[in-house]
Design a protein around this ligand. Structure first.
Ligand code: ASP
Length: 608
């Protein structure tokens, strides 16, 4: 027997027992004839107590950090107990030991507070993974995986694998491609998601499908993206949108319960995409706190019309507001007392290139009912009071106002709101608030190509009332300026995102399942009939053989784990992640391949 117990297992009750442990040497502390070693394995740390009488060979074979050690001895009560360690009341009086393997000096300390920087930890990821913090993250990931499978299995879902070597699935990113040796000059694409396969499984009658599956998207990486990532991918047949929302609220609540012990009793709130943009400036609002956006003036296309308010602020001879397309405000509770220095700092914050605003106006709503404002040259006390009322500000609040072009200003106010929420401690890590964002626009307009693109993906169905608008109208757009007035801009999709604490954790839609409507969709996106057949002939064909109504959703598994683990970074929850340039620094991949391999694949590299 290699070991009788793990390093996390022994307690005072075991005192007197003879045990054998195996693990890694975390620390060695030598005091004259006595040596203490912390022995670590996946389950914990146990202190070993060596003395020279029992272990005369210790001098000849000194132990080093990360040596692999097997030690046999007796469990004894510790005189100097460590209340921070589950095994802290005991130690092992070592009678014999074997060094199973030596270790080079590790390039960083393998402890919670490591001295290793990001790069070196990634290069030696197999050592980084020995650290408790990372281990906890992987344990949490596995718990989320299990909770997902338990719930979906309980609901009659079947896990069905779908292939990785496929033809392009459009999810809006570039494909990773794999050259085929046997089919010279031809390439597979790696799936951006199993989207078309899960729809085909619905046609085949597997009416509840799921998979915890890798997806591959070649896109410019932001800090929290990975070129390969994991989705909980699901699809159901014979369902309406409501069935999906209820089923997958159930999934997330069940994960909360099983993994975090949280009873999320409240119904998940719902908001339309338009309202989310209007009230939060963002389609994945963090609803853990208020500070909703007041639209003093707006060019946002709400409800099919361009809403252009502005009576409160226009015509005061304040050029900045008069000329701005959009003027948005938020009332920061209790912030009227903020110093000049603080408001100046916020002004600098909004002027940073990432936010891109020219300035920040403010109105202080003093406790005595008076107002002090950076724009009081232009606005009377009554006007300021009216703006304050419109912005829902109370005495003691500070109103912050941004003005500029619609899209940029809306994004800026959203960023400012989140930043203030963060600074004011309103985005608590241990508070979880779910939200469904619904009724997304079906199309988005791609200016560079002067055509419509699918906001979700081309298999998403329009809302039933909007199907006619899609069928009856020509997608053609005269010019960029006109696109907002085009009937297609008003078409809403049967699509929904699940948002958790301001992060989109999942998204899906009810699908198109009739060939004609799917063809119309491809045409609306600017595909010719031949192109549509070439790319998606298999799906159009399948729709001719009794496709049932269906819909689904996919959750970003890595991100869900990160949020549940209270972390910003999905990398911490992936065993072998890539860095921000898409490199695996441990493997040193991607890498060049040799001439022979290129030849076999019939590939010649052009001069770079
Ligand atoms: N395939 C979609 C995605 O990856 C999810 C879905 O529509 O089910 O975003």
């Amino acid at each position: 027997m290699f070991r009788s117990h793990t390093c996390g297992e022994l307690r005072l009750d075991n005192a007197g027992t003879e045990v054998t442990l195996a693990g890694w040497v975390q620390t060695v502390r030598k005091f004259g004839a006595i040596t203490f070693v912390d022995l670590r394995d996946r389950y914990g740390i146990t202190q070993l107590y060596f003395n020279e009488d029992l272990n005369p060979q210790l001098d000849a074979e000194p132990l080093g950090r990360e040596f692999v050690l097997q030690a046999t001895g007796k469990v004894i009560e510790r005189s100097n107990k460590n209340p921070n360690l589950p095994t802290g009341e005991i130690e092992i009086l070592v009678q014999s030991f074997t060094i199973l393997n030596k270790s080079a000096v590790p390039p960083f300390s393998i402890q919670d507070d490591t001295d290793g920087g990001d790069d070196v930890r990634m290069k030696y990821r197999y050592l980084d993974l020995r650290r408790n913090v990372i281990k906890k993250n992987l344990e949490l990931r596995y718990a989320v995986n299990r909770a997902t499978r338990d719930y979906l299995h309980g609901q009659g879902f079947m896990d069905i694998e779908t292939p990785f070597l496929i033809k392009s699935t459009p999810e809006g990113a570039r494909d990773f491609v794999v050259p085929s040796r046997m089919n010279e000059g031809q390439f597979y694409a790696l799936p951006q998601s199993p989207q078309t396969f899960k729809q085909l499984l619905m046609v085949s009658g597997y009416d509840r499908y799921y998979q915890i599956v890798k997806c591959f998207r070649d896109e410019d990486l932001r800090a929290d993206r990975q070129p390969e990532f994991t989705q909980i991918d699901c699809e159901m047949a014979f369902v309406e949108q409501e069935d999906i929302l209820v089923m997958f609220e159930g999934l997330i609540k069940s994960i909360f319960k099983q993994v975090k012990g949280i009873d999320y009793a409240d119904a998940v709130e719902r908001i339309t995409w338009e309202d989310a943009m209007w009230h939060y400036g963002n389609d994945k609002p963090d609803i853990r706190f208020g500070m909703k956006v007041a639209n003093l003036k707006s060019a946002f296309n709400k409800g099919g019309e361009i809403v252009a308010t502005g009576e409160l602020i226009n015509g005061a001879d304040f050029k900045v507001f008069d000329e701005a397309e959009t003027v948005l405000a938020i009332a920061v509770p209790g912030a009227a007392e903020w110093s000049r220095k603080q408001t100046d700092e916020l002004t600098e914050w909004v002027k940073r290139p990432q936010i891109g605003m020219k300035g920040l106006a403010f109105i202080k709503c003093n406790a005595d009912g008076t107002y002090k404002s950076s724009i009081d040259k232009f606005y009377s006390e009554e006007k300021l009071a009216a703006i304050a009322q419109f912005a829902n500000a109370k005495a003691g609040d500070l109103i912050l106002i941004l003005a500029g072009a619609e899209e940029r200003t809306r994004k800026a106010i959203s960023d400012l709101r989140l930043e203030l929420g963060e600074r004011m401690g309103l985005r608590k890590k241990d508070e979880f608030r779910l939200l469904w964002v619904m009724d997304f626009p079906l199309f988005e307009y791609a200016e560079e190509e002067n055509r419509w693109v699918a906001r979700h993906h081309p298999f998403t169905s329009p809302k039933p009332d909007h199907i006619q608008t899609m069928i009856m109208n020509d997608p053609f757009i005269m010019s960029a300026v006109d696109y907002l007035k085009h009937p297609y801009a008003t078409i809403k999709a049967n699509a929904y995102d699940m948002v958790l604490n301001g992060n989109e954790i999942g998204g899906g839609s009810i699908r198109i399942y009739q060939r004609e409507l799917q063809e119309k969709m491809f045409a609306a996106l600017g595909m010719t009939e031949e192109e549509a057949l070439h790319k998606f002939g298999f799906l159009l064909g399948a729709f001719e053989y009794g496709a049932p109504p269906h819909g689904g959703i996919a959750f970003g598994f890595d991100r869900l784990c990160a949020i549940l683990g209270g972390s910003e970074s999905i990398r911490d929850f992936i065993a072998f992640p890539k860095n921000n340039s898409g490199r695996d620094v441990m493997l040193d991949a991607p890498a060049t391949i040799d001439e022979k391999q290129l030849k076999e694949l019939s590939i010649r590299l052009s001069e770079l």
